[in-house]
Design a protein around this ligand. Sequence first.
Ligand SMILES: *Cc1c(COP(=O)(O)O)cnc(C)c1O
Length: 227
Amino acid sequence: MSPQAILHDSKTALAAILSRIEAARKAALAPAPKTSLIAVSKTHGEAEIAPVLDAGQRIFGENRVQEAKAKWPALRERYAGIELHLIGPLQTNKAREAVELFDAIHSVDRPKLAEALKLECERAGRTPLLFIQVNTGEEPQKAGVTPGQAAAFVEYCRETLRLPIGGLMCIPPAGEPPAPHFALLAKIAAENGLSFLSMGMSADFETAIRFGATHVRVGSAIFGERG
Ligand SMILES: *Cc1c(COP(=O)(O)O)cnc(C)c1O
């Protein structure tokens, strides 16, 4: 563990984030009925995650299937009621493990992956809450369907595959004001009758709440900077 990790007080940081979420919801004209905090624990070990669990947090986000598989089964034995979200890209050949391990998957972004998830959900008899990732900035290096493809992909998942889609997720381009991206994601969700909006990270979750975020994904503001 790094010296910063030892000095960092994640319990106090968690309480501060929860109160900022409440304040942002109060200030918003039309907040979502509920905004869930996903504590993004990627790169952090059990020793750093346990204090956050002890403080009462139960919803966590990881961006890699293998890392989550190594960390969370043991934590789930110690703590009841954990809800685990996959927020990073998913390879088709890891769809089975992802469906077994995660309660939500935020990165559905292509037909092949949706098809694999459909098969694995049927096999496992459980369907995680699924989000389609939208590349709102149309950045070539970033995952997600383009805003223009979103409606057709939602329809493909729902109608052709009969795969229930809960909502949309985005990661705005670095160094750009995030508000237009959150507004665009909210608009696409409303047009497609989707209830959940996964948007907002440590630097911009309050803005995301203003645009109706139902799930904010906050890592470094809770756990400290990643090493
Ligand atoms: C790492 C990550 C986060 C958390 O980012 P912070 O800036 O540390 O809050 C949120 N969403 C995704 C998709 C991530 O990969």
